[in-house]
Design a protein around this ligand. Structure first.
Ligand code: PGA
Ligand code: ZN
Length: 416
């Protein structure tokens, strides 16, 4: 509100080409209200993208997207009142006119949608997480678990394992304890990798996890032992630290088989393989264990492993945050969890529609970064506002730890 009780309006919108953690161009949006309050948001981008995601930038060009936005979209946004998220997002879709943001670019739409949310929250004197929680219609939930990537493979780390992400799933009383425990697992994995591969050059992948010449089972073994060691250290009372995986299996699937280093599996064998890993390593988290069209394999796995076991079976490329695909997953009980990436659908409102479906099904959500990130921290606010069971944002690397530090601020955690 302005001093006169009139709603603030959009005075100006700026779009700037900036660069993500891989050095690829992306976009930063600034929404200035008519009382000159500025709100910014930048958009990350993926490498193992699902084929049902909206288009990131028209013909892959940030410049072309910005030009389209400034000439064809922004003039219709100026003067709109703040605090009306749904109509704002609907206008973005209407002006784009393609149904998949092929003209505007889903990354530009996302940056605009979130910058507008930030501007609206600021105009109402609220934090972004609180604004998002109100849009969801529920008070901000408990703090999310850390779904922290500690070893990288697949397309995020050439020379590493075939499975894309080896994850520490960390729950503890207090977010600071979670951060410290996740960092400790990352260190412990590094220590064990140096011991196991003394002559190899260890590196770090796109999401800040270790890269080593390990095969999948070796890597998972080291991850599981590291989680156990940190849990058993007694340094993090009340913490539950368990291993998890993002298979990103669409990247492994060709010609009807799942291809790992040195072997390939039929879809039926893949179901049995994943079930075996979940049970043997007590996984807390299994993301995209099958191809993005493999709804029936997802249903088979979920049906088999959920009895008596607390594990999040998560759809990322499977759903691409799209309400239509999540509905299909609900019909077949394909998973019990949905990954949320705003730029897979292009607006905050569409993401909230997916959150509402997950709420309705009693499924968990996991709010997620992309492999190419910026140092922006809106993700942390969204994870709290969405009431997500987890935030997937990596552990180390400036653009990753920035999200965890923002959650400490949201928690109001002022301890030394
Ligand atoms: P991205 O993948 O490279 O598309 O961001 C991350 C993921 O698969 O979760
Ligand atoms: Zn994924």
């Amino acid at each position: 509100m302005t001093a006169h009780g009139v709603p603030e309006r959009i005075g100006q919108i700026r779009l700037r080409k900036v660069y993500d953690s891989r050095g690829n161009p992306t976009v930063e949006a600034t929404v200035l209200s008519d009382v000159d309050r500025a709100a910014m948001a930048s958009c990350p981008s993926g490498a193992s993208t699902g084929s049902h995601e909206v288009v990131s930038f028209p013909d892959g060009s940030v410049d072309r997207g910005i030009e389209f936005a400034m000439t064809r979209v922004v003039p219709h946004l100026l003067g709109r009142p703040l605090g009306e998220q749904k109509p704002f997002d609907a206008e973005l879709k209407e002006r784009d006119g393609t149904g998949n943001f092929a003209s505007l670019g889903g990354n530009i739409a996302s940056a605009l949608s979130i910058a507008y949310a930030r501007a609206s929250a600021a105009a109402e004197g609220r934090e972004l997480f609180d604004y998002v929680a109100r849009l969801r219609g529920r008070p901000p939930g408990r703090f999310p678990a850390i779904v922290g990537n500690v070893m990288n493979g697949g397309v995020h780390a050439v020379g590493g394992p075939s499975i894309q992400e080896f994850i520490a799933f960390v729950e503890a009383p207090g977010f600071r304890t979670q951060v410290e425990a996740a960092v400790q697992v990352h260190r412990e994995v590094g220590r064990r990798l140096r011991e196991r591969f003394p002559s190899a050059a260890l590196g770090r992948g796109d999401e800040g996890g270790w890269v080593a010449p390990a095969d999948d089972e070796q890597a998972l073994d080291i991850l599981a032992q590291s989680c156990q060691a940190v849990q058993a250290s007694g340094r993090f009372p009340g913490a539950a630290i368990r291993p998890g995986l993002d298979f990103a299996a669409s990247e492994l699937y060709r010609d009807g088989r799942y291809h790992y280093r040195g072997r390939s599996l039929t879809p039926e064998e893949q179901v049995a393989f994943v079930q075996d890993l979940v049970e043997r390593f007590d996984l807390a988290y299994a993301e995209d264990p099958f191809d993005e069209e493999g709804f029936s394999e997802f249903s088979a796995l979920t049906g088999r492993i959920l009895t008596g076991r607390k594990v999040h079976v998560v759809g990322d490329d499977l759903y691409t945050t799209s309400p239509g695909r999540v509905r299909r997953g609900m019909d077949g009980k394909a998973t019990n969890s949905v990954l949320l990436k705003v730029n897979q659908v292009g607006t905050l409102s569409d993401t909230l529609e997916t959150v509402a479906l997950a709420d309705q099904a009693g499924w968990s959500t996991i709010t997620s970064h992309r492999s190419g990130e910026t140092t922006d921290t809106w993700l942390s606010h969204l994870s709290v506002g969405f009431g997500s069971a987890g935030i997937k944002c990596g552990v180390l690397g400036g653009e990753r730890i920035a999200k965890l530090n923002e959650l400490l601020r949201i928690a109001g955690d002022a301890s030394s």
